[in-house]
Write a protein that binds this ligand. Structure first.
Ligand SMILES: [Zn+2]
Length: 386
């Protein structure tokens, strides 16, 4: 196995910062800034509105277009309530694996990207290498939009984006998009014997949920589009996983609350699904208000993430296939920040070390073999850019 002590030291450092999404990532960002500047690389921050977190971007190489972006997120999911056998914030080696929160998702790739920047600074690159490190990926992939816009505005336009989420170094070209709402149905309480004079929040909620059932049946019956075929299932699904409401068996329910989630295939947009859902909710609200004006359905948006669509002759896919030798067709079931780059005009693939099965788990780990495979990938990338 290759000696990857250097990248391992970087990973050890990154894991030592407990950058759970709800907390600050600034100590990590400060460390990254000093690491980069020790290699003569300057970097920029894009600070969150609350000032508690920051994205970071940087570039090495010539001030020209057609560079490569290595993209990673700095935040990790919590360890609360998980049974870890090692300290999650201390990178620990056991049986060829490096354990630690974020080792796999996705500080392993972050460490490789930092190493790539440091090595690139000493090479005669023909086109630039850019680094994008974000916060709040694990809470909806929305914050990264500010980072993408800043890089678009401030740096020469890159051609390929490699998002290093764990794929076992396979080339992943698509994922479904996501959309979610907190739904609050407000009814009007009467004794259930007087049903027509009240509005049951639960029974109205059932209508909106049945609308979702109908869409599921419709979607399942359609012939999948070419972009949807690789997915299992190859169609958009709507889901309610949790619901609460009601006071007593003989009172029309005053409140009903639930969370509605959409997972849609590439080729469909969060905006279209949002419009359809909001229109149905407005129609039901109007019916409810005919019975009592204080009733209705309130929708609070949760997350909205575009799908990542496989590109035809995509530059990023071509590059990643050449570097990995992987010519298979892969899509994944999790969302990434990649689609936020793609919808803003960047050719994008997902390719990174580690297995998504380890992400978010207690005793999360990255194997030394995957870290070495990632480092070989980085070295081939740098070679190809000289
Ligand atoms: Zn991730």
């Amino acid at each position: 196995m290759e000696d990857n002590s250097n990248v391992r030291e970087i990973l050890e450092k990154l894991v030592s910062f407990p950058t759970v999404s709800r907390d600050t990532n600034l100590p990590l960002v400060e460390w990254v800034e000093s690491y980069l500047s020790s290699h003569g690389i300057s970097s920029e921050r894009v600070t969150s509105p609350c000032g508690m977190k920051a994205h970071l971007y940087a570039q090495v190489g010539p001030e020209t277009d057609a560079g490569v972006i290595l993209s990673g997120h700095t935040d990790v999911v919590p360890v609360d309530g998980q049974a870890w056998t090692t300290d999650p914030w201390t990178l620990t080696e056991r049986e060829g694996k490096l354990f630690g929160r974020g080792a796999c998702d996705m500080k392993g790739f972050d460490a490789l990207a930092l190493l790539a920047m440091a090595r690139a600074a000493k090479l005669p690159l023909k086109r630039p290498l850019q680094l994008a490190l974000s916060f709040d990926e694990e809470v909806g992939c929305a914050a990264v939009v500010d980072l993408v816009e800043a890089m678009k505005g401030e740096l020469p336009r890159a051609r390929e984006v490699i998002v290093g989420e764990p794929t076992m170094m396979r080339v992943v070209t698509g994922h479904k998009g996501g959309l979610a709402y907190h739904v609050h149905v407000r009814g009007f309480e009467v004794h259930s014997s007087l049903l027509p004079y009240g509005v049951s929040a639960i029974m109205q909620a059932a209508k909106l949920i049945d609308w979702a059932n109908q869409r599921n049946a419709e979607n399942a019956a359609k012939t999948p589009s070419e972009l949807a075929v690789p997915f299992d299932p190859p169609f958009t699904t709507l889901h309610v996983g949790k619901i609460e409401g009601g006071t007593a068996h003989n009172i029309t329910a005053k409140d009903c609350r639930y969370f509605m989630e959409f997972r849609f295939v590439p080729g469909e947009s969060p905006e279209d699904w949002a419009r359809a859902f909001e229109a149905k909710a407005a129609e039901l609200s109007a019916e409810m208000q005919k019975i009592h004006p204080d009733t209705g359905i309130d929708l609070t948006p949760g997350f909205a993430l575009p799908a990542l669509a496989p590109e035809t002759d995509g530059a990023a896919e071509t590059l990643a296939r050449r570097l990995t030798g992987d010519n298979g067709r892969h899509v994944v079931s999790y969302g990434t920040e990649g689609s936020q780059f793609q919808v803003r005009g960047y050719s994008t693939v997902i390719c990174g070390p580690g297995d998504i099965a380890q992400a978010h788990q207690p005793d999360e780990f990255l194997s030394l073999a995957q870290l070495a495979a990632g480092e070989a990938f980085i070295d081939r990338l740098l070679d190809s850019m000289c």
